[in-house]
Design a protein around this ligand. Sequence first.
Ligand code: SF4
Ligand code: SF4
Length: 233
Amino acid sequence: MPEPLPSTRSRIPGSGLAKGLAVTLRTMTRKTVTAQYPDTQPHLPPRSRGVIGLFEENCTVCMLCARECPDWCIYIDSHKETVPAANPGGRERSRNVLDRFAIDFSLCMYCGICIEVCPFDALFWSPEFEYAETDIRDLTHERDKLREWMWTVPAPPALDPGAEEPKEIAAARKTADKLAAAEAAQAEQAAQAEQADHAGPTASADADPATPGATGPATPPATGPDTPQEGES
Ligand code: SF4
Ligand code: SF4
């Protein structure tokens, strides 16, 4: 004999209601996962792809990011500037100066290629996401806004214990050490000069006349009255 179809099976009256209430009770006792945004800010992972920040001091206007962007939504303008030679007889150099850097976030697909290809660490992901606009044209953000977003970029994660120090940090430390040594030498020279000034003319006069640099006011000029002049007989 064929099994009766489900619609024709006998049901206990009110079983559907009991099932529904059971689901409601189970859900009521569970921890809620709904965040009441904007009253509650969501806890985003630090490496979230919210928006792109520009560290324009690092940008050399190499145009790699604009060329590699699959959506062509990075707009860069620049001009060339001549930098005079650092030393006499040296050659002038020319460098690119950034005039405009903008990203159209209505076209951006957050692929991160621009950040990956930038050879000078000028672009970074920021978890900032609250930049919705009512007009799509306002989603093109210029360099000042992109620079502001740099302050929301999280610090890089700590290195593993025993990991080799990145070469950028080693180079920066070397430069900082050199600068500190140069500043210390300058300060020492200034202190010595000040000490010599405080010693005054008496000390200079007492000093060995043969000593180079003992040229205080009391030192007779080399061309004084007693010095025979050229042509005198
Ligand atoms: S994230 Fe991708 S689409 Fe967006 S600007 Fe960068 S390269 Fe272009
Ligand atoms: S790739 Fe980097 S350095 Fe080159 S233009 Fe883009 S942001 Fe600037």
